[in-house]
Design a protein around this ligand. Structure first.
Ligand SMILES: *[C@@H]1O[C@H](CO)[C@@H](O)[C@H](O)[C@H]1NC(C)=O
Length: 298
């Protein structure tokens, strides 16, 4: 009798546990692994709890959108390790982000997990989150508290990214465009935009998502053709193979080195889509054609 009673208690506890787990958007393990699998340090439980709570407050109800949000946040904060713009920690960057309307001694350089900048953004964020100007009067609340660091990041996402329709189709490039597009989607820093996508692809895997597949679309041009030049790179996700699959860091090693302009991508270490190899062969031919014509000139 007692055994039977205990047995039903265990079943009830088991069911409750599963229910509680299933109710959260992501588990603690998924959150932790999403950082460590990207070579970042293990997070605190406070970070996990703050993410879950604020995701609810800001109506992020899909794991896919949360994966995109976290990928951007991890890139911006180097895996939740920096909540102040690194170049400004010592100096406060007294000459940057100035409009002339700042009070003496207050500086609005990048803070929080998505690097909130400029007086006006601090003001809008503060009034939306708290209905007052506390983040303007004390900008360090954004960098020195989990609440402020995550709150400003979710606020930014909610205002500038959340409603982009292509998110539902897995088009991650659009989120990069909304966060740092002018710097990374055009010009020479496209590799940085791709690295955001590499982090996203890993989180996608950790979260066991299956559809829609991660797509780079929305930032830099995506297709290469006969007319490509050095300003139109082509990137693809590579994966470590065989023995190297189990080696920490190899996922990022493969993506960095196989997508480099001068790729170092041994077949027995990394597996990449064939398109990437074709692209690099084509670029190599273009380069040698160029140098041979220049050297042939009298
Ligand atoms: C801040 O909010 C005001 C009022 O809603 C708006 O006009 C302004 O464009 C916002 N500033 C930024 C940088 O988004």
């Amino acid at each position: 009798m007692l055994l039977k009673f205990l047995h039903s208690i265990f079943i009830i506890i088991f069911l409750c546990n599963n229910y509680i787990e299933a109710k959260e958007l992501i588990t603690w393990k998924e959150f932790k692994d999403s950082l460590t699998a990207n070579q970042y340090p293990e997070p605190t439980v406070e970070k996990y709890e703050t993410v879950l709570r604020l995701a609810k407050d800001f109506d992020i109800t899909s794991k896919l959108e949360l994966a995109m949000f976290l990928a951007q946040v991890y890139w911006e904060s180097v895996g939740l390790q920096h909540t102040k713009e690194i170049a400004c920690v010592k100096t406060q960057c007294p000459n940057n982000y100035r409009t002339g309307r700042e009070k003496d001694g207050l500086y609005y350089y990048g803070r929080g997990y998505i690097q909130l900048t400029w007086l006006e953004n601090y003001a809008n964020c503060s009034s939306d989150l708290y209905g007052d100007m506390r983040l303007v009067d004390n900008p360090n609340l954004v960098s020195d508290t989990e609440e402020g660091a995550w709150g400003s990041a979710f606020w930014y996402w909610d205002k500038y990214v959340h409603d982009i329709p292509e998110i539902k189709d897995g088009q991650f490039g659009h989120t990069t465009m909304a966060i740092n597009g002018p710097l990374e989607c055009k010009g020479p820093y496209k590799m940085k935009a791709f690295k955001r996508f590499v982090i996203y692809s890993k989180i996608y895997e950790i979260f066991k998502l299956s559809k829609p597949l991660p797509k780079q679309n929305g930032c830099y041009p995506m297709n290469y053709n006969e007319n490509v030049d050095e300003d139109t790179p082509f990137f693809a996700i590579c994966k470590p193979t065989g023995f190297y699959q189990r080696q920490a860091g190899m996922y990022h090693w493969c993506n960095d080195n196989c997508n480099a302009e001068d790729p170092n991508c041994p077949n027995d270490m990394c597996k990449c889509p064939n398109d990437l190899h074709l692209y690099h062969m084509m670029m190599k031919e273009k380069k040698s054609a160029k140098t041979s014509t220049t050297t042939m000139k009298p």
